[in-house]
Design a protein around this ligand. Structure first.
Ligand code: MN3
Length: 237
């Protein structure tokens, strides 16, 4: 008979087991029982600024809905999917594992993307440092060339998605990329995310209606370039 090993003595004690070897049936039922409690839960991160702090570029209403409703929903649905995944993995349910991939990519991507996005914004925006401008110039010619390429490609995203500035570890260059839906940059393209711009309509419709180019233009006034610089430095390590 196949069996599952429970190596953790505290866990064995909790279920009154002396042996580390469990019969398969008991292993499956106990895995399902314990899966709801295992693994850390993802949580909605606090913002470093108030919902109204980015006005007029992004309104209080947009920030409130975007963070407390949209992002929160990705977190809730990701946790639910991870709990189901935990059970599917514990019970060796390959079909169940595969069935969860879409929900994990969408909600996990939504959580990762928005967490990066909030950190990219600040009410106290300043020009990028000379060092960052120089790194950007190495890849794009100059800062303005990067900005126009990032803006144009972000505005041109079909449907819902994101525009990104990312670091290519193999070439050592900074690149512009776009992703559809909530596909996360690094898992999808391998680029390390430096700056993300959310162009789902929920990010701008209240403030700019259908005029995405005006939103993308305005968001450059609230970008925290110190975050971009810190992420670039970390990506190069
Ligand atoms: Mn969004």
């Amino acid at each position: 008979m196949s069996s599952k090993v429970i190596a953790d003595s505290a866990l064995r004690a909790a279920v009154h087991l002396r042996s580390a070897n469990l019969p398969e049936k008991l292993a499956k039922s106990s895995a399902a029982l314990f899966s709801a409690y295992s693994g850390p839960k993802q949580t909605l991160p606090d913002l470093a600024y108030d919902y109204g702090a980015l006005e007029p570029a992004i309104s209080t209403e947009t920030m409130t809905i975007h963070h407390s409703k949209h992002h929160n929903t990705y977190v809730t649905n990701l946790n639910a999917a991870m709990e189901k995944l935990d059970t599917a993995v514990s019970t060796g349910d390959v079909s169940g594992i595969i069935a969860l991939q879409g929900a994990i990519k969408f909600n996990g991507g939504g959580h990762l993307n928005h967490t990066l996005f909030w950190e990219n914004l600040t009410p106290n925006a300043a020009d990028p440092s000379a060092a960052l401008q120089s790194s950007i110039a190495d890849s794009f010619g100059d800062f303005e060339a990067m900005k126009s390429e990032l803006s144009a490609k972000t505005v041109a995203v079909q449907g819902s998605g994101w525009g990104w500035l990312g670091y290519n570890k193999s070439t050592g260059r900074i690149e512009v990329a776009t992703c559809g839906n909530q596909d996360p940059l690094q898992a999808t393209t391998g680029l390390v995310p430096l700056l993300g711009i959310d162009v789902w309509e929920h990010a701008y419709y209240v403030d700019y209606r259908n005029v995405r180019p005006d939103y993308v233009k305005s968001i450059f006034g609230v970008i925290d370039w110190t975050t971009v610089e810190a992420r670039l430095a970390a990506a190069k390590m």
